[in-house]
Write a protein that binds this ligand. Structure first.
Ligand SMILES: [Zn+2]
Length: 101
C-alpha cells in the first residue's frame, strides 16, 4: 500500500507552496489558497539529537530537516535512530507534527 500523500497549500496570488496553517500566505499575505498533495518521500538535509529537550518531549529527542517535493522543507520528529544526511525517508503527519521513521 502506498504511503499517504502529504497535503500542502499553494497561494493563488504568488504560487508559493507551504505547509497547512491558519492565516495568510507567508510570502505575499494573500488570503486565497488551494490544497494540493505531494509524495511523502524526502531526503534528509540535517539531523540532530537533543539530550535536554523542551518540557513535554522525552530525551533523547531527535529532529531532522527533510526536503520533499517542490523543495518544501519540513522539520520532522524522528522515530528510532538518527538518520544520516542524504538518507531517503518517508514523512507522515501526526496532527501538527511531521514525523519520519
Ligand atoms: Zn502568496
Amino acid at each position: 500500500m502506498p504511503d499517504p500523500a502529504l497535503v500542502m497549500l499553494r497561494c493563488d496570488s504568488c504560487q508559493a507552496e507551504f505547509t497547512p496553517r491558519t492565516g495568510p500566505c507567508p510570502r505575499c499575505g494573500g488570503v486565497h489558497t488551494e490544497p494540493f498533495e505531494i509524495d511523502p518521500g524526502g531526503r534528509v538535509l540535517a539531523a540532530t539529537e537533543l539530550t535536554a529537550p523542551s518540557s513535554g518531549w522525552s530525551a533523547p529527542h531527535r529532529l531532522a530537516l527533510v526536503e520533499v517535493a517542490g523543495g518544501i522543507r519540513l522539520l520532522c520528529v524522528v522515530r528510532g535512530a538518527l538518520p544520516a544526511v542524504g538518507d531517503q525517508c518517508t514523512v507522515s503527519r501526526d496532527g501538527e507534527t511531521y514525523r519520519i521513521g
